[in-house]
Write a protein that binds this ligand. Structure first.
Ligand code: JFZ
Length: 603
């Protein structure tokens, strides 16, 4: 027998953990979710009887502007009997779930989540619990979940199942929003729960091999619904017992505070990340608006914007679950298929910057040209700079990284031809190629020996080489209630409401010395003559008197009169040498007056 010293065990564990963390790059996740944060991109499939209605019923379109065609039975008040006539519309000889899986694979997606049972209560598999299922209405019997599970196995994708546990329009005691009028007893709802939810979930968890995730869909906390915490715990326990590796999304309905044992947070529909989070999360998204096929829903997002949503999420540690709504013959609308395939093409070349990547430590939006993902491995760290916009002078400035890169090249360049760059303190200036071979989103790779040091309290130079200084990139603490969000359709910008003297400070790095001018944008509606802005940099000082900025018209409508935000020159200052500068302004409003401060612009 080999004896292992406790010390050695400790060292081994530490080594293992270090390696583990380096691979994932994302902390605060349980081991179950490891594949999920690695894979980043999945396919959502909304398919059901509603797919046959296509968002129209008896010539009338869906009674809701959100276009959610899978809600047509509820919205257009269709009885169960009439709704079932939709089964005649389906062309079962054509419907082949393997085609959806192949599309997912070609799109670079690593998992597939299908509506096993949506709100209409109709099961897409051969359910022993309920006759309200696909097997009962097809001859020979079909089981879409089985076929999809087989196809996923064959092509190496993980299978996720959407199951509407709260809303069910078929079962007399399932939740249906009209019960807000009629009411429902908790005993009756529990009948539905024990008679349909638990047995159907048991079927799904025991008959279809490994399930990667269960996608529940209760988008409000259980306390606001008829569902009880105990019922949710029962359901969760069932999953943990039957499939210990299966992920559960946060729309189960328990808050993360009351139960930490949910595996990832699901954001709202088409809601994308705003902030880096370590806990795994995902945005469900559509290519147009509807989830189920809607023939009138033609507002398709571009491939570039879909890719940007995916990459931006990854840059904040998030995933993207992008939806297709097949038609009643199984086909995918051309506009959706085309975009998915284009995403796949991009990922085949540039996927290294998405799969297995996580957030960098720089705050979202700090560099205005795009987003950054990061990959650590035992040999070093790579940063991937995704260019959403291109600087007109073809010199990309990355602000915030202290370390000097070892190498810089385009991710799609097999030869890794080096891009020339200059590194100054915290600005890496990279000379971009004149022509990009990548037409959608070019990616620059920067290699470092180890995870590079970041400076996060700096205001970055923007794409035009200037600095836009707001309360958001300042180092000063600002009371939340002073931040006024934009309003009136964005014609009134967001601003800082200043009613008593305040000091705001920024840290910037100047890499091109010289004289720079400084403007301030603000609105002032009063009559006082002693409102002041004083600016200090090193030993220089600029003083500025604030005067009334008047009104303007936001839109050509007589009632759209809004405060004017005007840019005024404060003066110019000589920045003699390269280096860090502290910039400070004091804004001193006259007594009882309000200054609406927007930004400083330094260039
Ligand atoms: C739900 C479903 O009702 C819809 O049919 C679709 O399946 C979608 C993926 O999920 O819709 C929602 C869920 C959450 C919100 C809004 C609509 N939300 O958080 O605001």
């Amino acid at each position: 027998m080999i004896m292992i010293k406790p010390d050695l065990v400790r060292i081994l564990i530490i080594l293992l953990l270090t390696f583990y963390n380096n691979i994932s790059g994302q902390i605060n996740l349980n081991s179950r979710a490891q594949w999920f944060v690695n894979d980043r991109f999945g396919m959502f499939i909304h398919f059901g009887l509603y797919s046959g209605a296509e968002g129209v019923w008896k010539g009338e379109k869906l009674r809701n502007d959100n276009n959610y065609a899978e809600w047509i039975q509820y919205r257009n008040r269709i009885t169960k009997e009439e709704y079932l006539t939709l089964t005649d519309k389906f062309n079962w000889n054509e419907i082949d779930p393997e085609k959806w899986v192949i599309l997912a694979k070609n799109a670079g997606m690593k998992y597939v989540t299908i509506t096993a049972k949506h709100h209409d209560g109709f099961a897409l598999w051969d359910s022993k619990t309920s006759d309200y299922d696909i097997a009962n209405y097809t001859n020979p019997k079909r089981d879409i979940i089985r076929e999809l599970a087989d196809a996923c196995n064959k092509h190496g994708l993980k299978l996720g199942l959407y199951y509407s546990h709260w809303v069910d329009w078929e079962h007399p005691y399932g939740w249906d929003h009209t019960k807000e009028i009629s009411g429902i007893s908790s005993a009756d709802f529990d009948k539905y729960w024990q008679e349909k939810v638990i047995p159907q979930m048991t079927e799904l968890l025991t008959n279809y091999g490994p399930i990667g995730m269960i996608w529940f869909d209760m988008w409000i906390h259980h306390s606001q619904t008829v569902v009880t915490k105990d019922q949710l715990l029962q359901l969760k326990q069932l999953i943990r017992d039957q499939q210990p590796d299966c992920l559960i999304n946060s729309r189960l309905g328990l808050s993360l505070e009351e139960d930490k044992d949910v595996d990832f947070q699901e954001l709202g529909d088409n809601e994308f990340g705003q902030k880096k989070k370590d806990f795994p999360w995902q945005s469900p998204a559509t290519v147009a608006h509807s989830w189920g096929y809607n023939r009138l829903d033609n507002d398709f997002k571009s491939t570039t914007s879909l890719l940007q949503s995916l990459i931006s999420n990854v840059s904040l540690n998030g995933n993207l679950l992008l939806n297709i709504g097949p038609r009643s013959d199984g086909s995918i609308p051309y506009e959706i298929e085309k975009r998915l395939l284009e995403m796949g093409e991009w990922l085949r070349i540039n996927g290294e910057s998405v799969y297995g990547c996580s957030a960098s430590d720089l705050p979202k939006g700090m560099n205005d040209w795009g987003v950054i993902t990061e990959k650590k491995n035992p040999y070093g760290t790579k940063l991937y700079l995704h260019l959403f916009s291109l600087p007109p002078d073809r010199k990309l400035k990355l602000t915030g990284i202290k370390s000097t890169p070892l190498a810089a090249y385009m991710l799609d360049d097999k030869n890794r031809s080096q891009l020339s760059f200059i590194h100054n303190e915290i600005i890496t200036e990279i000379v971009l190629p004149n022509v990009f071979t990548e037409k959608l989103i070019p990616v620059i790779v920067l290699e470092y020996q180890k995870s590079p040091d970041c400076v996060i309290d700096m205001a970055a130079q923007n794409i035009e080489g200037g600095y836009c200084l707001t309360s958001l990139n300042s180092v000063s603490f600002v009371e939340k209630n002073m931040l006024i969000p934009k309003s009136r359709g964005g014609t009134v910008p967001s601003y800082l409401s200043i009613k008593s003297p305040i000091i705001l400070k920024w840290k910037i790095y100047i890499n091109t010395p010289g004289r720079k001018s400084i403007d301030a944008s603000y609105s002032y509606q009063g009559k006082a003559l002693n409102n002041q802005i004083n600016l200090k940099v090193s030993n220089n000082e600029l003083k500025h008197k604030i005067t009334n900025t008047g009104k303007t018209i936001g839109e050509p409508k007589s009632d759209w009169v809004i405060d004017n935000f005007r840019s005024s020159l404060l003066g110019s200052i000589n920045f003699n040498e390269k280096g860090y500068y502290d910039l400070e302004i004091s804004i001193i409003p006259a007594k009882n007056e309000e200054i609406k401060f927007q930004w400083l612009w330094l260039k």
